[in-house]
Ligand binder design. Structure first.
Ligand SMILES: [Zn+2]
Ligand SMILES: [Zn+2]
Length: 334
């Protein structure tokens, strides 16, 4: 089989490798589609801390079950699947209480664990989820991000009739906007980018605010009759949006803070009035969450997904990197 191996930053080669064999409890999946996100991009250019090269990237992946190892009976070859890319240890305190997404030593598929830029991948059967057969496998890669978004909204409990601010309208932000609209919330979509707001409008956002975040705070207050929003979701992931997210909710309400870049540290105000620094998520890519502050803030760390097939576009600064990655090693992404 062919595998894209990133030997070192910016050195991606196609190599031939033996097709994997499923061991007990494992499945082999024929890869159908992999979305490329900001995490991949930072691994590709060597800016993702702690990555050991060579590495096989790819964690937003769908495919078709090829073969089953001994003891796997709940799925069958030919079924379409999506891969849950957080490979948990199963032994730490988080895993033992059923929160494998918070595993202290989890490896990300495509980073610590060999990923899906390969014709076949092998993984334990619990990390695949069967998809409806008619769902296009390329489109289905976005479920990886949608799952994070859905989880964040279920954590903060977005409800019909509530006002929800979504800061940032990249892929994750747009998914937040759409999901909150479908829940019956009134969505205030905030971005500095006009065309993203137009997409947010098409996703059903009732209000769009084209402004810097400090101006957006005033606008959110105005749109909510001075009260502030019921829920604020930061899908932009900068220090200034985090601050704004703290100023936008109405009293005793909730911010879901979705971080794009899991590697820098953010200073954010805590309720005692002191500034405190919260260590960023070390494992990243949208699976870990922590509750910060005495007021409830469900931090959901996001992957900032800008997949090539996603509904958003890379930040202009990243566009050339995506282009470079897409033409590297003889791969041609659609
Ligand atoms: Zn990703
Ligand atoms: Zn664990």
């Amino acid at each position: 089989m062919r595998t894209a191996v990133l030997h070192a930053p910016r050195k991606l080669d196609l190599v031939d490798r033996p097709k994997p064999l499923a061991g007990p409890g494992e499945v082999v999946v024929r890869t159908a589609a992999t979305a490329v996100c900001h995490t991949d991009l930072s691994i590709y250019v060597g800016e993702h801390p702690g990555v050991k090269y060579p590495v096989v990237m790819g964690h937003e992946s769908t495919g078709v079950i090829d073969s089953l190892g001994e003891g796997v009976s709940d799925v069958k070859p030919g079924q379409h699947v999506i891969i849950n890319p957080i490979i948990a240890c199963g032994r730490c305190d988080s895993c033992l209480r059923g929160a494998g997404n918070l595993c202290r030593v989890a490896g990300l598929f495509g980073r610590e664990v060999e990923g899906s830029l390969s014709q076949y991948v092998k993984l334990p059967s619990q990390y695949i989820h069967v998809l409806p057969p008619r769902l296009p496998l390329e489109q289905a890669t976005i479920i990886e991000t949608l799952a994070t978004v859905r989880h964040a909204q279920s954590r903060v409990g977005v409800a019909t009739g509530e006002s929800v601010v979504v800061l940032g309208q990249g892929t994750a932000g747009l998914l937040h906007t759409r999901l909150a609209v479908l829940t019956g919330a009134t969505v205030i979509a905030v971005s500095r980018t006009r065309w993203k707001l137009e997409m947010a409008e098409r996703m059903g956002a009732q209000h769009i605010v084209e402004a810097s975040v400090d101006k957006a705070v005033e606008e959110v207050r105005r749109l909510t009759g001075g009260k502030g929003a019921d829920v604020v979701i930061d899908a932009a992931g900068g220090a200034e949006t985090l601050r704004a997210a703290m100023d936008m909710p109405r009293l005793q309400h909730i911010s879901a803070l979705l971080r794009r870049d899991q590697h820098h540290r953010l200073a954010c105000p805590d309720p005692s009035g002191h500034e405190s620094e919260h260590p960023a998520d070390r494992l990243g890519s949208g699976r870990r969450q922590r509750i910060h502050h005495r007021q409830v803030s469900a931090h959901r760390f996001g992957g900032g997904v800008r997949g090539i097939r996603a509904q958003s576009e890379p930040h202009p600064a990243d566009r050339h990197r995506f282009r470079e990655l897409s033409s590297c090693g003889g791969w041609s992404f659609p």
